[in-house]
Ligand binder design. Sequence first.
Ligand SMILES: *[C@@H]1O[C@H](CO)[C@@H](O)[C@H](O)[C@H]1NC(C)=O
Ligand SMILES: *[C@@H]1O[C@H](CO)[C@@H](O)[C@H](O)[C@H]1NC(C)=O
Ligand SMILES: *[C@@H]1O[C@H](CO)[C@@H](O)[C@H](O)[C@H]1NC(C)=O
Ligand SMILES: *[C@@H]1O[C@H](CO)[C@@H](O)[C@H](O)[C@H]1NC(C)=O
Ligand SMILES: *[C@@H]1O[C@H](CO)[C@@H](O)[C@H](O)[C@H]1NC(C)=O
Length: 404
Amino acid sequence: MEEHQRRGSHPSLSSLITLITLIATSSPLASAAATLTDDSKCECYLTNGTQASFFTTHRFLDFRNLAKNAGVPPTIAKSDDSGSAPVTSEYFTSKEWTETFWVQSWNNSHMTREDATVLMVNSPNNVYIEANGDRNPSSQTWLTLRTQRLKDFQTAAEIESIGPGFQYLSVRMLARTVGSPGAITALFTYRGSDRLADVQESDLEVRTMDPHNTIQYTNQPSYTEEGEEIDRATKNVTLPNGHPDWTHWAVHRLDWTPKETVWYVDGIEIATISFQTPRDPSKVILNAWSDGGEWSGNMTVNEAAYLQIQWLEIVYNATDENPARKMKRDDDGAAAALSARSGNDEDEEGGCDVVCSIDETTDRGKPVMLWNNGGVRTMEVWLVSWIPSFMLLGMFVLSSGGLW
Ligand SMILES: *[C@@H]1O[C@H](CO)[C@@H](O)[C@H](O)[C@H]1NC(C)=O
Ligand SMILES: *[C@@H]1O[C@H](CO)[C@@H](O)[C@H](O)[C@H]1NC(C)=O
Ligand SMILES: *[C@@H]1O[C@H](CO)[C@@H](O)[C@H](O)[C@H]1NC(C)=O
Ligand SMILES: *[C@@H]1O[C@H](CO)[C@@H](O)[C@H](O)[C@H]1NC(C)=O
Ligand SMILES: *[C@@H]1O[C@H](CO)[C@@H](O)[C@H](O)[C@H]1NC(C)=O
């Protein structure tokens, strides 16, 4: 009898489903997955992809809304005045910029790239904010790196990270390359050396003389002092059909990890090279250049090519060589401990409790919180966080005398 009465008090199946849905969507994990946060709350960042990794620091440079800094400076036609030119707008003296990049002014007159046939001068005048003149503009402005062939030389653009101590990173940019054949535009990690064989470098390079759907990816060096090519070091990739070619806006991503370097275009893996993966702290560099040599090609006089970038985002681990290294918020001792563990990929949780993502975000540049362990390991916190839900469900089941 009693059994019967209790059965009689059963709620409908639909209200049970509602309850379960309520529990599931209100669990800390499910709700946290969609929560936009800011970097001060994140202790590390977990990337997605084949070499998903934890990184301790996040940088986002947004060039999309800089109308007050926009303006295309006329090219400086005298090589002697190019290197010493000032930066092109106040943006390049802002804290955001100067803490991250410096604009280069070196030239190749003292260099020994054997096949260079043209003097190349990097000029701060070729790095500027430009108003978006697209027919359906997806931003107000972008950052341009310009290279142009002049009568006596090639004027070029390069920006280098302030910190030389990036050691593993995931860098992404919304970018495109436009202009004439005979130039290279590139995003790469770089650790120089006097010996070619000791250079460490992961490259993404667009050769403007190549078809618009091919991109060159390399773990340098891809050749020897004797001029032999090292085929395993480099891949000339044809983008999949239907993919935006390099003249169209696309998110180009380079993941340098301990095991290999992986490149993506718009979230699709395009190339992986595990041969000669860089090991030691490196800089991040972007450029647009040509030296009339075989690799870059020879640009026609007065022609130009441009690397245009709407935003640039990096998550990375910094070594002590890097002044931009992030401090853990609570104390410097913990920060030192955190940075001392850099490169320890056995630590599956990145040695951090509050894990964020820049992939899952709905607002580019702002991280979302994936989970907050508060000192408890993931699986435990997962279980712990569900206990109230399990209890609620248990009480519900008990009070209704079984599930059905
Ligand atoms: C990473 O996540 C984003 C957002 O969900 C997605 O668009 C992208 O394709 C993912 N990339 C990879 C390599 O899985
Ligand atoms: C090239 O750089 C050197 C210093 O490395 C400098 O002396 C020279 O003036 C520069 N030349 C040009 C054309 O900028
Ligand atoms: C890359 O491949 C394309 C298409 O096959 C070819 O036209 C281009 O010359 C190649 N680039 C290099 C640097 O080999
Ligand atoms: C590039 O052009 C310059 C003159 O404009 C010429 O001296 C040089 O030989 C050319 N290089 C190549 C590789 O064609
Ligand atoms: C970055 O540093 C964290 C903390 O030390 C570590 O757990 C993680 O594995 C490192 N990432 C890479 C790609 O080495």
